[in-house]
Design a protein around this ligand. Structure first.
Ligand code: YXS
Length: 259
């Protein structure tokens, strides 16, 4: 069963997450479907891509499919992970990608929304980054996505509490570009996309790549890079990692030990 549906009109592509029974959890299969969409669009005159969920979906994405998280000892988010590959594909995509968020967003789904070029949210949108709840480390690229989006103190609060932030707070801290009423957000987002599609696609493509390159320009010395990797290995070799995953799957509260 396909987890997404797509439309393409007036040079604007709309990708709709369509797996509400699983709260649009990003399974490897769904991530591969999404990547194939962008691969297909790269050879077409697609001026804007909108990523959205079904209108009546409570959850935009519940993040990575917890059933597919690896056993402790394996990096849960390696460079080759389908979510990481999709996010690089979105960053490198020639045209702007807009996340239209009308529900809650969790974990890797939040990172995915942040990787888009802009987020339009409805009053029902909320955002939670959850590694601390699952007992996993996050990866360096993902942490940089958050540090490029919010101040350090806000990023720390979001990661340490793993608590959702609501639409109003998301707008106030600049996470979402616009906060638009539920019954107007489709029209608003499409109009924004239409405005972009009428400008020069080449200029926009060049400016998008320049901004992304400049946004990433934060040097990391080799020893810092190695230290980060050692810290991550400590977390994904932990009891807490398996406890976080098992607690969710067994629908119980996790009892973390800190090791
Ligand atoms: O019980 P059934 O079989 O119907 O399945 C339930 C859930 O188990 C399933 N589901 C998921 N399955 C795998 N991975 C998920 N992330 C996931 N989320 C949900 O979907 C069915 C309906 O879910 P249910 O009954 O809980 O729906 P709800 O409306 O009561 O609650 C919606 C949520 C999103 C609040 C709730 O499902 C939830 O808390 N989901 C987990 C959110 C989360 O912690 N995501 C982080 C995943 S790990 C990740 O992304 C990274 C590794 S990290 O953590 O580092 O960012």
């Amino acid at each position: 069963m396909k987890s997404i549906s797509t439309t393409f009109n007036d040079k604007i592509a709309i990708i709709t997450f369509n797996n509400d029974s699983r709260r649009n959890a990003l399974s490897d299969e769904m991530l591969q479907e999404l990547e194939h969409c962008f691969e297909n669009y790269s050879t077409k005159d697609v001026r804007v891509v909108i990523l959205r969920s079904n209108s009546n979906a409570k959850v935009w994405s519940a993040g990575l499919d917890i059933n597919q998280l690896p056993e402790p000892g394996k990096d849960p988010l390696p460079y080759s992970h389908p979510l990481e590959k999709l996010m690089r594909r979105i960053e490198e995509f020639k045209s702007p990608v807009i996340a239209m968020v009308t529900g809650s967003v969790w974990g890797g789904g939040f990172d995915l929304a942040l990787t888009c070029d802009m987020i339009i949210g409805s009053p029902k949108c909320s955002f939670a980054i959850t590694p601390a709840k699952i007992g996993v480390p996050y990866n360096t690229t993902g942490l940089m996505h958050f540090l490029n989006a919010v101040e350090m103190n806000i990023a720390k609060e979001m990661f340490f509490t793993a608590r959702p932030i609501n639409a109003e707070r998301a707008y106030n801290i600049g996470l979402i570009n616009h906060l638009v009423d539920t019954d107007e957000i489709e029209y608003f987002t499409y109009n924004l996309a239409k405005k972009i599609s009428e400008n020069s696609p080449l200029a926009i493509s060049v400016i998008k790549e320049q901004l992304n390159l400049l946004g990433k320009a934060k040097p990391v010395t080799p020893d810092v890079f190695e230290k980060i990797n050692e810290l991550r290995a400590k977390a994904f070799n932990s009891f807490d990692f398996s406890e976080g995953k098992n607690a969710f799957l067994e629908k119980r509260k996790p009892e973390f030990r800190g090791n």
